[in-house]
Write a protein of this length. Structure first.
Length: 137
């Protein structure tokens, strides 16, 4: 199940915790993208190999080599785009928010925004199906 998260709160907590909360948030975004993709038949076989832990490892310890950070950020953007089927997350925006300094501050907010929209759709779909099953009694 995908969780809706308050983007402003996560940014503020990330600042207060000297980016430790950002790493937790990054893990959660990757885990939500994986869970969302596992629910789709066309992505299920690929999504089984997506690892939120590897993504976190790439942005923390992989930071020594620099390249793994950008590979992980680009991969996470692609996973969220595929999982949410978002047309608003085009490749041009992916490049902009992943690689351009100062612009990439909005990176996690955009990903979480798309996941929040997907969570709202899933929750509204679950509410409709539960109310419809209640009528069948």
């Amino acid at each position: 199940m995908i969780q809706r998260r308050n983007i402003v709160v996560w940014y503020l907590v990330s600042i207060v915790t000297l980016q430790l909360a950002w790493i937790v948030w990054y893990f959660k975004v990757n885990a939500d993208a994986k869970n969302l993709a596992l629910g789709r038949a066309d992505l299920r076989s690929r999504a089984r190999f997506w690892s939120p832990w590897k993504s976190v490892l790439a942005i923390t310890l992989g930071g020594v080599l620099i390249v793994p950070i950008f590979v992980s950020l680009g991969g996470t953007w692609s996973r969220v785009r595929k999982g949410t089927r978002s047309r608003a997350m085009a490749a041009g925006k992916q490049f902009l928010f992943t690689f351009v300094p100062l612009v990439n501050i909005a990176y996690m907010g955009i990903l979480q925004s798309e996941l929040n929209k997907a969570a709202a759709k899933v929750q509204s779909g679950a509410a409709v199906s539960s109310s419809a099953s209640g009528l069948r009694l």
